[in-house]
Design a protein around this ligand. Structure first.
Ligand SMILES: Nc1ncnc2c1ncn2[C@@H]1O[C@H](COP(=O)(O)OP(=O)(O)O)[C@@H](O)[C@H]1O
Ligand SMILES: N[C@@H](CCC(=O)OP(=O)(O)O)C(=O)O
Length: 281
């Protein structure tokens, strides 16, 4: 594929992988995808890049462990499944990354932790230290801690937006979002056979939000809508995001080579710093 995107200056990358890319449709973990992801991210660290992985899959892995084929609606059941699946997921990641000599760590977050300045600073310091040590933080939402107190804004179940928040807060150069689809289309390709891939988007408008439908599989949660909200956050901070197919996570190497893959979300004035950026820095 033609190489015409400029990724040469990208040194800090957040990669988000969705459940649908980590699981087979029969409920088993997709070990090949996890292995390829571990190999690829280790390759990037070996090149001197800093990598944060935001991985979904806890509830899906928990469902697989218990042999459930449909996601229960009750929140405590989903939380319990996340508790079961998260440890399985980390065990597999730990094994696969270790094969390539890469150390990883687990960082479980809730939105409110990132909203409060004090706890946000603690998280920031931890992630910075891990990256300085060359260790990949593996981030997921802390699904067992869904608090309903009024002064908490803990929400449950959306890693698309969490990955954008992590990318913004850590001043990442690029967010790569891997899903079960090649990118953002003019309509849901599973329902609209005329849907066309949008290669580049500078702005998330009401029209683009109308084109974004729900999840494609029993495992996916937010569908395209939460990915677009994540992209809007990234664009507001003058950062870049690529939405691509995670069937073969080594596609990340092609993205880093500047190949025209998936949908690139990039502000038209990408080289200029936004006011917001200057305030946060
Ligand atoms: N405009 C669109 N372009 C691409 N995919 C769309 C669109 N609207 C809805 N979708 C659906 O969103 C799905 C991806 O979201 P989701 O199932 O939540 O995946 P993940 O587990 O990777 O987060 C696609 O498989 C597709 O069915
Ligand atoms: N925290 C949840 C994932 C929630 C989520 O956003 O899932 P997905 O749409 O597959 O990225 C889990 O690990 O199962």
């Amino acid at each position: 594929m033609k190489s015409n995107r400029h990724m040469g200056n990208v040194s800090r990358i957040v990669v988000k992988i969705g459940t649908s890319s980590l699981m087979h449709s029969n409920g088993k973990l997709n070990l090949q995808a996890i292995d390829q992801l571990s190999y690829t991210l280790t390759g990037l660290v070996n090149e001197g890049k800093q990598v944060i992985l935001v991985s979904s899959g806890a509830i899906g892995a928990g469902m697989g462990q218990l042999g459930l084929t449909t996601r229960p609606e009750e929140i405590p059941k989903q939380q319990a499944l996340a508790a079961i699946g998260q440890s399985e997921l980390m065990t597999v990641y730990q094994q696969r990354f270790a094969t390539y000599g890469q150390k990883i760590s687990q960082v479980l977050l809730t939105h409110d932790v990132l909203d409060y300045p004090q706890s946000r600073e603690y998280v920031h310091n931890t992630i910075e230290q891990l990256l300085n040590w060359g260790i990949i933080p593996v981030v997921n939402e802390n699904d067992t801690v869904a608090v309903d107190e009024l002064d908490h804004r803990t929400t449950f179940g959306d890693n698309d937006q969490l990955s954008a928040i992590v990318a913004v807060r850590s001043h990442a150069d690029l967010l790569i979002m891997l899903s079960d689809i090649d990118g953002f289309y003019t309509g849901n390709p599973h329902k609209d056979r005329h849907a066309q891939l949008i290669k580049e988007l500078h702005q998330v408008t009401d029209d683009s939000l109308k084109r974004a439908g729900g999840a494609g599989t029993v495992f996916g949660t937010g569908g395209m809508a939460t990915k677009l909200k994540a992209a809007a956050n990234i664009l507001n901070h003058n950062q870049m995001m690529v939405l691509a197919n995670g069937a073969n996570p080594s596609i990340i190497f092609n993205i880093m080579n500047g190949e025209e893959i998936g949908t690139l979300f990039i502000a038209e004035n990408n080289n200029e710093e936004s006011d917001d950026d200057r305030i946060i820095k």
